[in-house]
Write a protein that binds this ligand. Structure first.
Ligand SMILES: O=C[C@H](O)COP(=O)(O)O
Length: 317
């Protein structure tokens, strides 16, 4: 991470944005092939699942969240696996924890109380999940979340800017959010399930990166369709090309509906194949998920009790 240079806004190039084209059937074919990949050999899958734990933004974003639930989530984030599993996997000397926790603004304080700086806190701001409060309210929400102790802010973009092709408005919005975040890293949630086409997903990815987003993230988890492999392929290829053109490395966060070890392995494989090992670290890759850790723990338990092959019959990356 030593040569890591945080993204900075670059001028919006509308000529470039308007010419972006995505070959949907090629993306679909590539996505279908990913399910059969053998990049990660079976014997390494347990190690990859342990790695995946460190990439999770362990999330609770429910209307009935309470301080008690968030405190429990944070304790789980600090000790993601049961002690017997840690011992069986030989991980006693490894400081295993999730990448971060992700909560609503009102739940930052209980998270701060438990984590005490040991893990980053990501807060969803800007009128999550629809993002349809006033711009003034959204910017203020970011400022309050940063002041409360969030070091990462997951913003939601205004979907109508994409749906009406108003790229300048999206760029200006993202610039304002990035400025309000200050030193806190900003993840731009595109809500891809509401953007209709992969072309829109690609264009929105580019505009948000050009306006200074540190990460681009698929979904809030509240849209009818959340993270998918074709959408992810489109976004990580935009990240790859943005890096080639500007030298800035942007992180990627699939989120919403990523609930199985099998899905996590597919996303790790995708990142490795499209962007390389460097993008398998928490400063460039997170998986936003509320239930994934439970399934990973279950699969690792099968692994240490010898039932791993059976458990992973359908989980080949
Ligand atoms: O940002 C994270 C998502 O809201 C989590 O979605 P999930 O509950 O489907 O895992």
């Amino acid at each position: 991470m030593s040569d890591f240079k945080r993204n900075e806004a670059v001028p919006l190039d509308l000529g470039w944005i308007n010419h972006i084209h995505v070959n949907k059937s090629a993306a679909d074919r590539r996505a279908a092939s990913l399910a059969n990949r053998r990049t990660v050999k079976k014997e390494y899958q347990a190690a990859w699942l342990v790695k995946a734990i460190g990439l999770i933004d362990l999330t609770t974003l429910s209307g009935d969240d309470t301080p008690g639930r968030v405190e429990r989530l944070c304790r789980k984030a600090l000790r993601p696996l049961r002690a017997d599993l840690v011992e069986a996997l030989g991980l006693q000397d490894y400081n295993l924890a999730t990448g971060a926790v992700c909560v609503y603004h009102e739940m930052i304080k209980p998270a701060v109380d438990v984590l005490q700086g040991r893990l980053p806190i990501a807060a969803v701001s800007t009128g999550f999940p629809a993002g349809l409060t006033s711009m003034e309210t959204k910017v203020r929400e970011i400022e309050l979340s940063v002041a409360a102790g969030a070091s990462e802010i997951d913003i939601v973009i205004t979907r109508q800017h994409v749906l009406t092709g108003n790229w300048q408005a999206l760029y200006d919005e993202m610039l304002a959010y990035r400025k309000a975040c200050g030193e806190a890293h900003v993840k731009a949630i595109l809500a891809t399930g509401e953007l209709v086409t992969l072309e829109n997903v690609a264009k929105a990815s580019w505009v948000c990166m050009m306006a200074g987003a540190d990460f681009i993230k698929t979904s809030t988890g509240k849209e009818p369709v959340n993270a998918t492999i074709p959408v992810s392929l489109t976004m990580v290829r935009a990240i790859r090309e943005y890096h080639e053109q500007t030298g800035f490395k942007i992180g990627y966060k699939p989120a919403g509906g990523v609930g199985t070890a099998k899905a996590a392995l597919q996303y790790l494989t995708l990142m490795k194949e499209e962007l390389g090992n460097e993008w398998l670290e928490p400063h460039l890759f997170r998986i936003g998920a509320s239930s994934l850790l439970t399934d990973i723990e279950r699969q690792l338990e099968h692994y240490v009790t010898g039932n791993y092959s059976a458990a992973h019959r359908h989980a080949q990356p």
